[in-house]
Write a new protein. Structure first.
Length: 393
């Protein structure tokens, strides 16, 4: 189960779920339960898709709006949406009926924002083992970022948030998968599922053919990801604007609630290009010219799937020292780390790499080597082992 599934994509989690579903369907019968935004053909009733051995059930959970449109909605209405999303009876009925029809050996729940915790109740009531992969902080924070409205770390949560966490702790699971050691420790620090097996399994990604590096006279910087304040794109834009390099180019790819504001921030610098969403073939062209990629998050990233994707393309990464990012970036080997939100530190790193082709070349080679740790075939083998263990419990 995943709250979103392509073509409805907001981040790397949805693409990861699609990848493992396609791979697993070569050996197993796979059913996917996901949502559709209001206004689509499948918004009111189930829309059944069969692709090979994948069966996809899409539906619109009854609420004020869909999870796909969450970021675009006004703040004042979101608490009401969250109230319905704590435990949605419509989702419970729909999911339970699908599970009765399919009777899977294991239910694997990914992001469930917009579907509510009732998905767990439906599986539990049928006695089906449940695995939950944690992609964000949805179990702990309704906003999923652990940040306040001013983007500061949430130290003293609102009383409603404390109630939300209390309810989350009562979700019954068979096992929890976290993509990083940081996330395992975070779950434990909040007392989540103390008696449930917790497994650390880094996300996998398909091996990519090395892109042909394009000869050029520019220094190209790449950002691919969601355009939200917690992603720290402001830090990157300000660092590039401060560069005294006419040949610098910043390519920003992604969608999100912050896109228009970022366009206003960057509009006076012709070196900065904001593309929005790009099709895979066009994105690959950017990978072929990128000298370095940047992951400037100001919140604690649970993993950062885009980092191994950069590595597969031989692109070194400059990442903020936030959350699980230091688990992926070996400082000085396949990239560099800098303090979250530190414009000057990022600017210095970009200046250094722009003037040191030898160092950039070494980082490029090491990035490609680092990608092997996230090989999808290895990831799938370990995931199948977890399924087998859970199904036999």
């Amino acid at each position: 189960m995943s709250n979103l599934y392509p073509p409805y994509v907001l981040g790397g989690a949805e693409l990861y779920v699609q990848q493992i579903a396609k791979k697993l369907s070569a050996k197993h019968d796979i059913s996917i339960i996901t949502t559709a935004p209001f206004g689509t053909d499948n918004a009111s009733v189930s829309n059944l898709e069969v692709k090979g051995k994948e069966t996809i059930y899409r539906f619109y959970p009854l609420n004020l709006y869909s999870a796909y449109n969450y970021a675009l909605k006004p703040t004042f209405i979101k608490p009401i949406w969250h109230l319905f999303d704590v435990w949605n009876p419509h989702v419970y009925i729909f999911v339970k009926e699908v599970l009765k029809r399919e009777m899977p050996e294991v239910v694997h729940v990914h992001n469930f924002k917009g579907m509510s915790a009732s998905v767990f109740s439906a599986a539990n009531d049928l006695g089906i083992p449940i695995i939950h992969t944690v992609h964000d902080y949805d179990l702990i924070c309704p906003k999923t970022t652990m940040l306040t409205r001013t983007n500061a770390s949430c130290v003293t949560p609102h009383s409603l948030c404390r109630i939300y966490r209390w309810l989350s702790k009562r979700i019954a699971l068979t096992a929890v998968i976290a993509p990083s050691d940081f996330m395992l420790k975070t779950l434990s620090s909040y007392g989540m599922f103390p008696d449930v097996p917790k497994i650390m399994l880094p996300l996998g990604i398909e091996e990519c053919e090395p892109v042909a590096r394009v000869g050029k006279g520019t220094f190209d910087i790449l950002y691919v990801g969601r355009l939200g304040k917690h992603k720290g794109v402001d830090t990157l834009i300000e660092a590039v604007k401060g560069l005294d390099l006419r040949n610098a180019r910043l390519h920003i790819v992604g969608q999100g609630s912050d896109r228009k504001r970022l366009e206003r921030v960057a509009h006076d610098d012709s070196r900065i290009i904001i593309y929005g969403f790009l099709a895979p073939d066009k994105l690959r062209k950017l990978y072929s010219i990128a000298d370095v990629a940047v992951v400037p998050s100001i919140y604690n990233e649970p993993f950062g799937l885009v980092i191994p994707e950069y590595f597969w393309h031989g692109i070194p990464v400059l990442g903020s020292r936030a959350g699980a990012i230091p688990e992926l970036i070996n400082d000085g080997f396949n990239g560099f780390l800098f303090p979250p939100g530190d414009v000057e530190a990022l600017k210095v790193l970009l200046e250094t790499l722009s003037s040191d082709s030898k160092l950039l070349g070494e980082l490029n080679e090491n990035a490609r080597r680092s990608a092997a740790a996230f090989d999808m075939s290895v990831h799938l083998r370990k995931l199948e082992e977890i399924y087998e263990r859970v199904a036999l419990r």
